[in-house]
Design a binder for this molecule. Structure first.
Ligand code: NAD
Ligand code: MG
Length: 393
């Protein structure tokens, strides 16, 4: 039995993970579940899974959870805050940690799991975008395992040779083709984009996801973050990664080799596939996903990305070229901007303006320590909030 902690069990990835686990209860024991503020759902999950620990982001919610669990899961210990999240990522009885908290809030517990030598199932791409080398070093130095949950990165992982430690080129890889659905606004004109609402942005054509990543998909910042994520995961540079718009989301990404071969991973757009892959790796087991019906799919289309309508993709690549903490600055500005957009404070097209403003006005630093990264993250949030007040005025 493998012990597993699910960071962010009440979210979209958390729910898909629990769905896969229900099919394999002979192989996994849920040790800890965590949530931000959804007490009701965490109570329900604790009742079903009877974990050793349940963690809420703050003490007020933790107290509410405690009260409900006295009857429903009396053996579950309730913890609160950052300390609680880090603790359940490092427990001896935990083998796997599903990192499915959204945004920078996931960084410290995910890093704690890496430092404790766990198998880290990484959905929380923002953690890697922020901490890059530091995170990769923590994985290596502590003999942890890093398995990508992001569908594209999981696909690339499946199409690469097992050992790429000597670099992609020496494995004969010439290019990574990172597919993107193009999001809900793929065909919307620049003029119309300005008026798009949060609900329109969150109505993704192929995937059902949390609101933050849904907005990122609409701006294509998600693909920008994924280019950065791929650079770190596969030890490669951004110019070796080509973004390919593929509206059907059936090919989850491809790897091109020197001999002209292109390997792709296909499947229905269902996050249970990459989750099951990472849980079972190097074996395979049932994910509960419908088999792919190619006759139903019938067509696979490809387009090149439009950097004019989707400037966030360009900004993400620019942050990579700036180096240092610039990708953490990009991420922090984007998180603040997306939140403001979801609160109807700024327009859809202002998200890119906020990110551009941050990259132009905040100097990045050498990201050698977590403190440096967290300071640039905090400064960026302050400066971006000030800029948003100006934009909204
Ligand atoms: P979501 O909003 O549905 O869920 C987020 C989870 O994190 C919830 O359980 C929430 O309670 C928790 N959380 C939020 N803020 C927190 C905080 N401050 N402290 C502690 N916990 C907090 O998001 P999601 O769609 O499941 O995405 C999670 C992560 O996975 C994101 O980084 C996203 O980019 C990545 N991802 C998601 C998908 C997908 O299909 N949903 C695909 C690829 C990658
Ligand atoms: Mg993805």
């Amino acid at each position: 039995m493998k012990g597993i902690t699910i960071l962010g069990s009440t979210g979209s990835i958390g729910l898909s993970t629990l769905d896969v686990l229900t099919r394999h209860q002979d192989k996994f024991r849920v040790v800890a579940l965590t949530a931000n503020s959804n007490v009701e759902l965490l109570v329900k999950q604790c009742k079903q899974w009877q974990p050793e620990y349940a963690v809420m982001a703050n003490t007020e919610h933790a107290e509410m959870l405690s009260k409900h669990l006295r009857k429903n899961a009396p053996d579950t210990t309730v913890l609160a805050g950052e300390e609680g999240l880090e603790k359940v990522s490092q427990l001896e009885e935990v083998d796997y940690v599903m990192a499915a908290i959204v945004g920078a809030a996931g960084l410290l517990p995910t890093l704690a799991a890496a430092r404790a030598g766990k198998r880290v199932l990484l959905a929380n791409k923002e953690a890697l975008v922020m901490s890059g080398q530091l995170f990769i070093d923590a994985i290596r130095e502590n003999n942890a395992e890093l398995l990508p949950i992001d569908s594209e990165h999981n696909a690339i992982f499946q199409c690469l040779p097992h050992d790429v430690s000597a670099g992609l080129a020496s494995s004969g890889v010439t290019q990574i083709l990172l597919t993107a659905s193009g999001g809900p606004f793929r065909t919307i004109s620049l003029e119309e984009l300005e008026h798009m609402t949060p609900d329109q942005a969150c109505a993704h054509p192929n995937w059902s996801m949390g609101r933050k990543i849904s907005v990122d998909s609409a701006t294509m910042m998600n693909k920008g973050l994924e280019v950065i994520e791929a650079c770190w995961l596969f030890n490669t540079s951004a110019d070796q990664i080509q973004v390919v718009i593929h509206p059907q989301s059936v090919i989850h990404s491809l790897v091109q080799y020197a001999d002209g071969s292109v390997l792709a991973q296909l499947g229905n757009p269902d996050m249970r596939t990459p989750i099951a892959h990472a849980l079972a790796w190097p074996d395979r087991f049932d994910a509960g996903v419908e088999p792919l019906d190619l006759f139903k799919v019938a067509h696979l289309d490809f387009e090149s990305p439009d950097y004019n309508r989707f400037p966030c993709l360009r900004l993400a690549k620019h942050a990579v070229s700036l180096g240092g903490t610039s990708t953490a600055i990009l991420n922090a500005a984007n998180e603040v901007a997306v939140e403001s957009f979801l609160n109807n404070e700024i327009r859809f097209t202002d998200i890119a303006r906020v990110v551009e403003h941050a990259l132009e006005n905040i100097d990045g630093h050498d990201p050698s320590t977590l403190d440096i990264i967290l300071k640039d993250d905090a400064d960026t949030r302050d400066i971006s909030r000030q800029y948003i007040r100006r934009l909204a005025a």
